[in-house]
Ligand binder design. Structure first.
Ligand SMILES: [Mg+2]
Length: 434
C-alpha cells in the first residue's frame, strides 16, 4: 500500500537568520543571529517533510546527511525503528545523534501528516487546545550595529523593553534570562519587572550561573513575587535539590533531559517543573512520553525553547497542543527574530499566544527565496561561538560563575562593531555554533 512512501533523500541547508539585537546569556551570547540547519526529507513519491536543528552549522549539515544515508528506503511511518536506527542508547555513547534524530523525526511526522491529510498533533493524540500561550523572553541585549534597538542593561531599560513586548505581542508571563551580572543586580531588575507588571507572572532563569548559597538567597528574595518558578539557578540535580525547600518551585531544562534523569528526579525530587525541549529530548514523541511520566508523578511540565525558526516552533506548537497538563506559558526566542524561512513570514502572536497550525503535517512550508537568502548570509558570516561573549573578549564562565559582567558598563555600537557592522572581537570560525 505504501510502496512509494519511503525516504529517497535527506537534504540539509544551514541558514543564518538575523535577530533584532544580540542576546546575552550566562555562557556568552547569541551574536545577533541564529544559525540553524534546515532538514528536508523527501520520499519516493515526492513529498517533502521539514525538520530543523541548531548548534553546528556546516558540521550539522554533514552529520544530518550522514544519518540520512541510513534512512534511504525507510518508511516515515516507522518512527520507533527510526529511533533505533539513528540513536539507540549504546551506539549513542559513541555517536550522539539525539538532536539529529529530533530533526528527522519532525520531518517524518510532517511527512506522515501530509500523507494522511492531518496535522501532526492528530498523530500525537489530538489537540486539547487551539493556541499555545508563550512567555515574553527577556534578555539583556547589546545594541544592534545601527544603535537601534538600543542596549538593554539597566532596570529601566529592561522594564521598557518588557512593556514594549507586552504591548506588541500580548504577553502576560515574563521570563528573565540572567546569570550575566551579579545576582543582587539581576534581582533588582526582576523586582522592577514585577512592580511594573503587578498582575503578570514571572520566571527567572540564570542558566545555572550561581552557587547553591547564592541560589538560596535569590529564592528567598524573590519569594513574595508572582513567580511561576525559579529555573536552573544552580547546576546539577544535587545542586537543585539543595535549593528546593526555599518555598519556590524549581524548573530545569538542563539536568532532566532524558528518561534516566527523569527517573532519578522522580525517585529523589530536584526539579518541580520539567521544561520539555523537542530537540534536547530527541523529538516530539519523546517529549509526549516524558510528559506522561511527569503527569503520573504530579511533576509540572512546560515547553522549552532552544532558539527556533518556524519549523521547530511548529514542533513546539504541536507538542503544546496535546499536553493536557500544560499549565505554564511556553518559552520561545521566536519574537526576537527579525524574519523566518517559512512561507508567509513569521507566525503571529495574538494575545500572547500562537495558533496551532491546522494544515497537514507540521503545517508550515519553506519559502525557497528566504532559504536562499539566509543560506547566503550563513556563508557570508559563518558561525558564532554561543559560549563566548563578543563584548567580553577572552572571558569564559566557570560553574558557578565567579566573574560577572559589570552592570555599570555601557557598551556603545562603536565599542562593539567595526565600520562594516561586524563584531570587533569576532575571530574567524567557519561553521560552528548556533
Ligand atoms: Mg533554561
Amino acid at each position: 500500500m505504501r510502496e512509494s512512501f519511503v525516504i529517497r533523500e535527506v537534504r540539509a541547508t544551514t541558514v543564518t537568520v538575523p535577530l533584532e539585537a544580540p542576546l546575552r546569556h550566562s555562557n556568552g551570547a547569541h551574536w545577533g543571529r541564529f544559525v540553524r540547519t534546515i532538514v528536508e526529507v523527501e520520499t519516493e513519491d515526492g513529498l517533502v517533510g521539514l525538520g530543523e536543528l541548531g548548534g553546528g552549522g556546516s558540521s550539522a549539515e554533514a552529520a544530518v546527511r550522514a544519518a540520512g544515508d541510513l534512512l534511504v528506503g525507510h518508511d516515515p511511518f516507522q518512527l520507533e525503528s527510526m529511533r533505533f536506527k539513528i540513536c539507540n542508547p549504546t551506539a549513542s555513547l559513541y555517536d550522539n545523534r539525539t538532536q539529529i534524530h529530533a530533526a528527522l523525526e519532525f520531518a517524518c511526522l510532517d511527512l506522515v501528516g501530509q500523507r494522511l491529510g492531518v496535522p501532526v498533533c492528530d498523530l500525537l493524540g489530538g489537540r486539547v487546545r487551539e493556541r499555545v500561550r508563550f512567555a515574553s523572553y527577556l534578555f539583556y541585549r547589546y545594541a544592534a550595529p545601527s544603535g537601534a534597538p538600543a542596549e538593554v542593561r539597566t532596570p529601566d531599560e529592561l522594564v521598557t523593553h518588557a512593556l514594549e513586548l507586552r504591548e506588541r505581542y500580548g504577553f502576560t508571563t515574563h521570563k528573565l534570562k540572567g546569570g550575566i551580572f551579579p545576582y543582587e543586580y539581576e534581582i533588582d531588575c526582576y523586582e522592577a519587572l514585577a512592580a511594573a507588571m503587578p498582575g503578570d507572572s514571572l520566571r527567572y532563569d540564570p542558566n545555572a550561573a550561581y552557587s547553591v548559597a547564592e541560589s538560596l538567597r535569590i529564592a528567598r528574595r524573590i519569594l513574595p513575587l508572582r513567580n511561576d518558578y525559579l529555573e536552573d539557578p544552580t547546576w546539577g540535580l544535587g545542586g537543585l535539590r539543595q535549593v528546593r525547600g526555599a518555598g519556590i518551585p524549581l524548573a530545569t531544562n538542563t539536568v532532566v533531559v532524558d528518561f534516566e534523569q527523569l527517573a532519578t528526579n522522580v525517585l529523589d525530587r530536584a526539579a518541580d517543573v520539567i521544561l520539555l525541549d523537542t530537540t534536547f529530548w530527541g523529538g516530539v514523541r519523546q517529549c509526549v512520553k516524558a510528559a506522561g511520566v511527569c503527569d503520573t508523578f504530579q511533576i509540572g511540565i512546560s515547553v522549552h525553547s532552544s532558539g527556533e525558526l518556524g519549523i521547530q516552533l511548529a514542533s513546539m506548537l504541536h507538542l503544546g497542543a496535546v499536553l493536557p497538563s500544560l499549565g505554564f506559558a511556553a518559552d520561545a526566542h521566536y519574537h526576537h527574530l527579525a524574519d523566518d524561512v517559512i512561507e508567509g513570514g513569521k507566525l503571529a502572536y495574538v494575545d500572547g499566544a500562537i495558533d496551532v497550525p491546522t494544515g497537514p503535517g507540521l503545517g508550515v512550508r519553506l519559502d525557497p527565496d528566504k532559504v536562499t537568502e539566509y543560506a547566503e548570509l550563513y556563508r557570508s558570516l559563518g558561525g558564532y561561538r554561543y559560549d563566548r561573549d563578543p563584548g567580553r573578549p577572552g572571558w569564559y564562565p566557570l560553574v558557578p560563575n565567579q566573574t560577572f559582567a559589570d552592570p555599570e558598563r555601557a557598551l556603545s555600537p562603536e565599542q562593539l562593531y567595526g565600520e562594516s557592522g561586524r563584531w570587533l572581537h569576532d575571530s574567524a570560525m567557519p561553521g560552528t555554533a548556533g
